[in-house]
Design a binder for this molecule. Structure first.
Ligand SMILES: [Zn+2]
Ligand SMILES: [Zn+2]
Length: 155
């Protein structure tokens, strides 16, 4: 098992338990729909890049303030709704247009299968950015401060 990949918590460096949290940058878009005569929305996730991993809520909470500073956020945890203020500059972000969103997701990953099965438990939006603050088609410059750290067991 020398080449088994071990993912570690960004904060405390502990190997991740199967239930852990992931901070991700997404490009997403709300698509209005009508189902059974009722208007609703489908969230289209066009891109999803995991950036940081945490073993538990405690570690995410310890790092949360630093992440907000690095992303230069004025506000965090935006309300739901079709139009929300940009978490950095405050201009309205129309969710029906592709935009950048940062989210913290708690999930259980079953590594016992050949292709790991991930089951999301909780998904919380941390920030929504307008297209002037971060272009959806541009690489995540602000997010480049960190990448998931992959370590090889036994090295
Ligand atoms: Zn931790
Ligand atoms: Zn903005």
């Amino acid at each position: 098992m020398a080449d088994q990949t071990v993912f570690r918590c960004y904060v405390c460096r502990a190997p991740l338990p199967s239930q852990h949290l992931i901070f991700a940058r997404r490009v997403e878009q709300l698509v209005p729909t009508v189902q059974d005569g009722k208007p609703g929305n489908i969230l289209n996730i066009l891109q999803d890049d995991g950036l940081l991993l945490y073993c538990r809520h405690h570690c995410w909470k310890r790092h949360e303030g630093e992440v907000a500073t690095l992303l230069r956020l004025q506000s965090t945890y935006p309300q739901s709704g079709m139009i929300v203020p940009c978490s950095r500059c405050g201009v309205p972000v129309h969710r029906t247009v592709p935009h950048v969103s940062y989210a913290i997701t708690e999930m259980i990953v079953d590594y016992s299968e050949d292709s790991p099965v991930a089951e999301p438990i909780d998904d919380t939006e941390f920030a929504v950015l307008c297209t002037d603050c971060e272009r959806p088609d541009a690489p995540a410059e602000e997010a480049a401060f960190a990448r998931p750290e992959i370590e090889r067991a036994g090295v």
